[in-house]
Design a protein around this ligand. Structure first.
Ligand SMILES: C[S@@+](CC[C@H](N)C(=O)[O-])C[C@H]1O[C@@H](n2cnc3c(N)ncnc32)[C@H](O)[C@@H]1O
Length: 179
């Protein structure tokens, strides 16, 4: 009887896991690996730098930043299942000293330590995020956005490439010192 109650309790904990509060700012679509490589290269990610992927999905940008660029990385993800997948991947690869996942709303997370922020959201979401980026990021930090521009900012670089028959754009921005 005791074990039945325990199983029931743990099942209900799984099912009733509370979703973090926050607005869904983009559907889940992964950036192809080729695009991720170019995003991080275009941002000039250096060893030891801190990369934040806001809306990290399954964590592939976080993993690439650590494994290919020797950076540290944090992923922020609203969807609990995706956040768990990303976190599991980090532990499976044994990179937990360099990478972590925050399950929550990207608009609530402290990003002041970021050297590079990666985005694959929507133009309207970037618009919501822009004041936070302007307030929080240090001068010289880079913001790289897959497919969706940050309106009102001038990119230092725009890459256009075709992957698996689809055209992609990568916008690279550098945060200027405050006037
Ligand atoms: C287009 S996917 C990008 C995934 C990954 N960055 C990539 O490029 O492969 C956008 C992700 O943002 C997440 N997301 C949407 N709104 C969010 C929010 N308010 N806070 C954190 N994550 C959010 C979605 O769940 C989704 O996984």
């Amino acid at each position: 009887m005791k074990s039945v109650v325990l199983v029931a309790l743990s099942l209900s904990a799984l099912v009733a896991q509370p979703s973090p509060k926050g607005q869904n700012l983009a559907p889940y679509v992964s950036s192809p690996q080729e695009i991720i490589d170019v995003m991080l290269e275009s941002a000039g990610v250096r060893p030891g730098e801190m990369v934040y992927d806001l809306g990290c999905g399954d964590g592939r940008i976080v993993v690439t930043a650590v494994k290919k660029f020797s950076a540290k990385a944090v992923g922020v993800e609203l969807n609990p299942t995706l956040a768990r997948t990303a976190s599991d991947m980090i532990y499976r690869l044994g990179i937990q000293n360099h990478a972590s996942i925050i399950r929550g709303d990207l608009l609530d997370v402290d990003i002041s330590q970021a050297d590079v922020v990666t985005l694959y959201l929507l133009t309207s979401s970037n618009e919501k995020l822009r004041p936070k980026l302007e307030k929080s990021l240090k001068p010289g930090a880079r913001v790289v956005s897959h497919d969706y521009a940050v309106r009102g900012w001038k990119p230092v670089r725009v890459e256009e490439l075709e992957v698996h028959g689809r055209n992609h754009k990568i916008y690279v921005y550098v945060v200027k010192p405050a006037k």
